[in-house]
Design a protein around this ligand. Structure first.
Ligand code: TYD
Length: 209
């Protein structure tokens, strides 16, 4: 059995990652592939329980290391119980956010070092990385308009952090893509969903069966 491919979507808030993950999964299924669509934090009952803690009010006042440990713990459960078994049976896994979100938010945004975030990932998830990470980038006004529609002023605990925080997150993502061009594809997310999807499919190019 050939191992499945692991594709992650990354980007800031309101980039349209979830829509693109769904469209990609549909396109892969029409090619006869088994596809598991999942998200972080979450994806398994244990990780969804940690998600509720992380994004709800219970997390007010946690420091950056506590937050990073919880994301790593949620990811560990997700990788062991859902992602690795799916890949091993030959399914493709399409994941809305993965470890690069921890590197960008808890690293770039909250100031943990990249080495610390990677070390947590090594301990929790054996350092597993996606075969390809699609970084969906949108201009700040497009993101703001989409978030107004989606959240109507009720952003979660992390999404609701200030513009300076989100600018650091976006800069960190851009830096990762520059540092590892073979692992990342940068997708222009400003256009309509169908146009962005076409960009996703062309970025996948060589990986498609
Ligand atoms: P979600 O509603 O899934 O956000 P979005 O739709 O914008 O992707 O909430 C996930 C939030 O958690 C989002 O603000 C990003 C943040 N996050 C981290 O800070 N670190 C991480 O490792 C992950 C996976 C997410």
């Amino acid at each position: 059995m050939t191992r499945g491919m692991f594709i992650a979507f990354e980007g800031g808030e309101g980039a349209g990652k979830s829509t693109q993950a769904r469209l990609l999964a549909e396109a892969l299924r029409t090619r006869g592939l088994e596809v598991v669509v999942t998200r972080e934090p979450g994806g398994t009952p244990g990780a969804e329980a940690i998600r509720a803690l992380l994004l709800g009010t219970a997390g007010e006042g946690w420091h950056a290391r506590a937050e990073a440990l919880l994301f790593a713990a949620a990811r560990s459960d997700h990788v062991e119980r859902l992602i690795v078994p799916a890949l091993e049976r030959g399914a493709w896994v399409v994941c809305d956010r993965f470890v690069d979100s921890s590197r960008a938010y808890q690293g770039g945004g909250l100031g943990l070092s990249d080495a610390e975030v990677r070390e947590l990932h090594r301990i929790g998830s054996g350092g597993l990385l996606p075969d390809l990470t699609l970084l969906v980038e949108v201009s700040p006004d497009v993101a703001a308009a989409r978030l107004d529609l989606r959240d109507a002023g009720n952003a979660d605990r992390i999404g609701g952090r200030d513009a300076a925080f989100h600018a650091k997150v976006a800069a960190a993502f851009a830096r990762f893509a520059e540092e590892e061009p073979a692992r990342f594809a940068r997708i222009d997310g400003d256009g309509p969903a169908a146009e962005v999807h076409a960009g996703v499919m062309s970025a996948l190019g060589g990986l498609l069966p």
